[in-house]
Design a protein around this ligand. Structure first.
Ligand SMILES: Cc1cc2nc3c(=O)[nH]c(=O)nc-3n(C[C@H](O)[C@H](O)[C@H](O)COP(=O)(O)O)c2cc1C
Length: 217
């Protein structure tokens, strides 16, 4: 696959089929993940790949509860506000995120990256993104989720037998599966709205009204 196709179309693919992902496909995702940079090349990472149905079911219960907690706190009123201002993008994200919460137990593979000696957890995100791009290149959809470790980190550690006393800390749960829907280019406001030239607030001299990569070319 063209690198730019992977970059432009690796989306939050929450709605996935329950079909298992072949082991060689998962191996390529993990082997690509560990090629990523890490601070000082310390590679203080571990990846727990969960396919056991009972374990995913247990994580699913925790995920649903965590999502409900998010909706009751940081996300409170978001759905109503999005409806009131006709913001269909946010409405779609929320309904897709609710779908994942309700169906987490049916996801065929969840990968939980762990870090240690990395205060803000940022050292593993290049590896996480490598993993997601390698999944995309093989037709596997992924979603980077964080609600679980925000609301249920201790319970998740217990379910998976993580030696948290040795400093291992979960930073995400990546759901993986073959998409129910189609791939598409992520819609975003034009890039010039978030880029400054030389000094903060100075707009660049160019504008890019449409994505520079598209299926039509
Ligand atoms: C750090 C981070 C945390 C996220 N946490 C969640 C999450 O807990 N649950 C979820 O459904 N999506 C989560 N997402 C996915 C975002 O909602 C998604 O990337 C965003 O809506 C853009 O979607 P798109 O790439 O399909 O356009 C997270 C994404 C990032 C980068």
């Amino acid at each position: 696959m063209d690198t730019f196709e992977a970059l432009y179309t690796t989306r939050a693919m929450r709605r996935v089929k329950p079909d298992p992902i072949p082991e060689d496909v998962v191996q390529r995702m993990l082997d690509a993940a560990i090629r990523a940079p890490s601070p000082g090349n310390t590679q203080q990472w571990r990846f727990v790949t969960v396919t056991d149905r009972d374990l995913i079911g247990e994580l699913g219960v925790l995920y649903q509860r965590s999502w409900e907690q998010l909706e009751a706190t940081a996300y409170a009123g978001r759905r109503e506000q999005a409806e009131a201002r006709g913001d269909t993008v946010t409405q779609r994200v929320l309904s897709s995120a609710s779908w994942l919460a309700a169906n987490f137990g049916q996801v065929p593979l969840v990968i939980l990256p762990y870090v240690r000696n990395d205060p803000d957890g940022s050292g593993i995100y290049p590896a996480v993104w490598n993993l997601m791009l390698a999944a995309r290149a093989q037709g596997v959809g992924t979603t980077l989720t964080t609600v679980l470790h925000h609301f249920a980190a201790t319970e998740v550690g217990e379910v998976l037998g993580v030696p948290t006393d040795k400093g291992w800390r979960n930073v995400a749960a990546i759901t993986c599966g073959y998409p129910l829907g189609k791939w598409g280019v992520a819609a975003r406001p034009p890039v010039e709205q978030v880029v400054y030239a030389d000094r903060w607030g100075e707009p660049p001299e160019w504008s890019i009204p449409e994505p520079l990569w598209s299926y039509e070319g």
